[in-house]
Design a protein around this ligand. Structure first.
Ligand code: HEM
Length: 415
């Protein structure tokens, strides 16, 4: 998957020749002007790297839901599907070896194991605990006049929630979030040997960490997801260590950077859009709208990749088995055919919830309900507690193409 994601990122950014790079270099680093250029080229664009790209909401939705597309690692040669060589057994990779990178029926079997932890009821049961966590952080912050919203708030909420769910002991939270912070931005490719080495090191540390935690939970089970997983069965057999490790790592990576960006992007949007913020301050039940509009306007995950498993016609083009399509979720969320004035951040937008921030089809984000609840509590309580919060310095984000991540949002509480 990393290979595919990297190829997709390169395709997206080279699809307009030098133009993509130039657009990014020009000041804002926003990829959205580039996405609009791709949109002008058509609903399905072929890149020089022979990968298709779709910025269209209609085709994105269709591809994500179509069982003739898959995610398992395939390459193409004259329309024949060729599986990529198997990956080394260790260290287990939290994305490439997890069910996110599998097609049914393997995908279905493993996803079923964690699904009960994400039902509306299971999510709702975490509400008070998350509210207390958020409140505790805001108490600490209320003693300061300035702070950075990313490390002191947006970063802490999701790591606490996912640690509670997985049963990661409190003293390990710091290490745990440092790992997630390093792997996320590297998903669409590393740029040097030393970066690759660092990344390999982190994956190996994650492997060791979860192996030890799994061994511990076998001996001394708690109420957490890992404890339950080590005692679960798939088709009458215990879950393999490989699947346990990959699933735990996937939950960390999928649940952390994404939710951090939801909280960070939402807070930032409220800091710079006066109208939205005043509406929220007048009616805090609008926090749910803020979450949906943030996910539409600035989705944490910008694209995903699918491979045709058999011939399939998309936007008038017949794809061969093994052809890959980069589905530009972030561009689909601003498709003017579906969202009016798509660049505008409008928390009163009626159809914001139709966004594709959580993708769709069988890989639709399993944690969507949890992320929505975390985002809603965090943004509502932040602005309830600090209605006069204001931006106080330069916002920084890394320029990862899959998961562009906020690094710093300095704010002050001074009236
Ligand atoms: C899958 C986005 C939060 C767990 C996905 C996918 C997207 C996504 C786009 C599909 C990827 C693909 O098809 O290539 C997000 C966003 C989040 C978020 C935007 C926050 C705002 C979470 C949380 C968790 C989680 C909190 C769990 C704690 C997962 C898992 C998958 C997934 C396990 C794989 C599902 C599968 O392959 O069946 N997420 N996610 N996500 N997400 Fe999330």
């Amino acid at each position: 998957v990393s290979f595919l994601v990297e190829r997709a990122a390169l395709s997206i950014y080279s699809s307009r020749g030098d133009h993509g790079a130039k657009l990014l270099r020009r000041g804002s680093h926003s990829p959205y002007p580039l996405y609009e250029h791709i949109r002008r080229d058509g609903d399905l664009v072929r890149s020089k790297l022979q990968l298709y790209i779709t910025p269209s909401y209609r085709w994105a939705t269709q591809i994500l839901r179509d069982p003739r597309f898959g995610v398992s690692q395939v390459s193409a040669s004259d329309g024949m599907l060729i599986p990529l060589p198997p990956r080394p057994p260790e260290p287990v990779h939290p994305i490439e070896d997890s069910f996110l990178s599998m097609d049914p029926p393997e995908h279905t079997r493993l996803r079923k194991l964690v699904a009960p932890w994400f039902t509306p009821r299971a999510v709702r049961a975490r509400y008070e605990q998350i509210e207390r966590t958020v409140s505790g952080y805001l108490d600490e912050l209320s003693r300061r006049s300035q702070f950075d919203l990313v490390p002191h708030f947006a970063d802490r909420v999701p790591i606490q929630v996912i640690s509670d769910m997985l049963g990661v002991p409190a003293p390990d939270h710091e290490r745990f979030s440092a790992w997630a912070r390093q792997v996320g931005p590297a998903l669409d490719g590393v740029h040097s040997l030393s970066e690759q080495k660092r990344l390999d090191g982190v994956i190996a540390e994650l492997h060791t960490f979860f192996s030890e935690l799994i061994a511990y939970r076998r001996r001394s089970p708690g109420e957490d997801l890992l404890s339950q997983l080590v005692h679960s069965e798939v088709d009458g057999a215990p879950v393999s260590d490989r699947d346990l490790l990959a699933t735990a790592g996937l939950l960390l990576l999928a649940g952390f950077g994404t939710t951090l960006n939801l909280i960070g992007n939402g807070a930032l949007a409220l800091l710079v859009n006066r109208d939205a913020r005043e509406r929220l301050l007048a009616d805090f039940s609008l926090a749910a709208n803020v979450v949906e509009e943030t996910l539409r306007h600035s989705p944490p995950v910008h694209f995903t990749v699918r491979a045709a498993l058999e011939p399939v016609e998309i936007a008038g083009t017949t794809l061969k088995p093994g052809d890959h399509v980069a589905v530009l979720l972030a561009a689909a969320n601003r498709d003017p055919k579906v969202f009016r004035n798509p660049d505008r951040f409008d928390i009163m937008r009626r159809n914001a919830r139709e966004h594709l921030a959580f993708a769709g089809g069988v890989h639709f984000c399993v944690g969507a309900g949890l992320a929505r609840m975390e985002g809603e509590i965090a943004l509502r309580e932040l602005f309830r507690r600090f209605p006069a919060l204001r931006l106080d310095g330069q916002v920084k984000r890394n320029h990862a193409r899959l998961l562009p991540t906020l690094e710093s949002v300095p704010v002050s509480l001074v009236q």
